[in-house]
Ligand binder design. Structure first.
Ligand code: HEM
Length: 317
């Protein structure tokens, strides 16, 4: 399944999205400018950090823009199932969301069969139909739902986490604006310092394994703490210091090995386009002085629920 996904989710397809990402960023910044005019408070998460990944993943998949808003509550319900729990059942809300999303994609798949298109749904349908049956129809649907939700719920967070860090470091925001600090180094350090995905899991499929001296019986589930690994003092000097110029950054934020994140290139590209444009467009962007940011009440996905900002000076009286 993974090989088939990698065949269609290619670096070329991701790179080709750059103009669409630039356009989406500019449209959203325009809206942010209007919403925050005259000193009005705007929630950066709601107005920008969430909107950008949704727009981009829908563009990539080939989902009509008019349907974006429908997915937000569904994606949130499904992502709840990612949280650690002894119960592998996604719960009634998660199961209903999965059914509704599968119901949404089913006619889109049929449409692509009748009139092929060069979007990700079209490419996956073509790959499945040309393949030796590795991907069943149900798996095709499940993978489309995973892609949609993975595109929604993760990339939002480094945008908010990064901006919150900059609010505490105006020197750094200035250095990013002048180019004295590279945007790419900043993004990698945000991914390391405040990992958007804190945890991944593995199941031991072989007998008699030992990991750093701990016996791991076959069938046991391992909870791997990505956020902690990213701040491992044995691997990085002064790991609790945010330093976008560090040479030992190498974040583990997208996992490792066979299940390494499929969307890392896309997530990095979105941030690389968004950060410099945001900073250039709003030189007076600040955290709201009175309204505190609120973290999401989640363990696995780490980000902000709301991040109130001011983009322009209030009108002087
Ligand atoms: C900053 C944003 C993102 C972060 C931090 C992130 C992080 C991760 C992590 C930690 C994993 C598990 C890797 C492992 O266990 O080794 C993963 C898997 C995955 N990610 Fe992402 N991700 C991000 C964005 C995206 C995007 C934009 C997409 C798709 C468009 C995506 C698609 C996937 C898929 C399909 C998998 C499952 C891969 C597999 O099981 O083989 N991710 N991601």
């Amino acid at each position: 399944m993974r090989a088939l996904m990698a065949q269609v989710f290619t670096p070329r397809r991701v790179a080709a999205l750059q103009p669409a990402i630039e356009e989406a960023v500019d449209v959203l910044l325009d809206r942010l400018g209007v919403a925050g005019a005259d000193g009005r408070t705007v929630d950066f998460m709601d107005q920008f950090a969430y909107q950008l990944p949704v727009t981009v993943i829908c563009e990539l998949l080939g989902v009509p823009a008019a349907d974006h808003d429908r997915f937000r509550p569904l994606a949130a319900d499904l992502a709840e199932a990612l949280e650690l729990s002894a119960d592998t059942d996604p719960g009634p809300a998660g199961a209903a969301a999965a059914r509704e999303l599968a119901g949404y994609f089913t006619p889109l798949i049929s449409q692509r069969r009748m009139s092929p298109r060069d979007d990700l749904i079209g490419a996956l349908v073509a790959a499945r139909d040309a393949d030796d049956g590795r991907l069943s129809e149900t798996e095709l649907l499940a993978n489309l739902v995973v892609l949609l939700v993975a595109g929604f719920e993760t990339t939002t967070n480094p945008l908010g986490n990064g901006l919150a860090i900059l609010f505490g470091r105006p020197d750094l925001a200035a250095a990013l604006r002048t180019g004295d600090v590279a945007v790419s180094g900043f993004i990698e350090e945000v991914l390391r310092y405040d990992s958007p995905v804190q945890v991944t899991t593995r199941e031991a499929r072989e007998e008699n394994q030992t990991i750093v001296g701990v016996p791991v019986p076959e069938g046991s589930v391992l909870i791997l703490l990505i956020g902690a690994a990213n701040r491992d003092p044995a691997r990085r000097s002064d790991p609790d210091r945010f330093d976008p110029t560090r040479s030992d950054v190498k974040p583990l934020s997208f996992g490792a090995g066979a299940h390494f994140c499929l969307g890392d290139g896309l997530a990095r590209l979105e941030a690389a386009v968004a950060v410099p444009r945001l900073l250039a467009r709003f030189p007076d962007l600040t955290a709201h002085p009175d309204r505190q940011p609120v973290r999401r009440d989640r363990l696995v996905l780490r980000g902000y629920q709301s991040l109130p900002v001011l983009i322009a000076d209030p009108p002087r009286t």
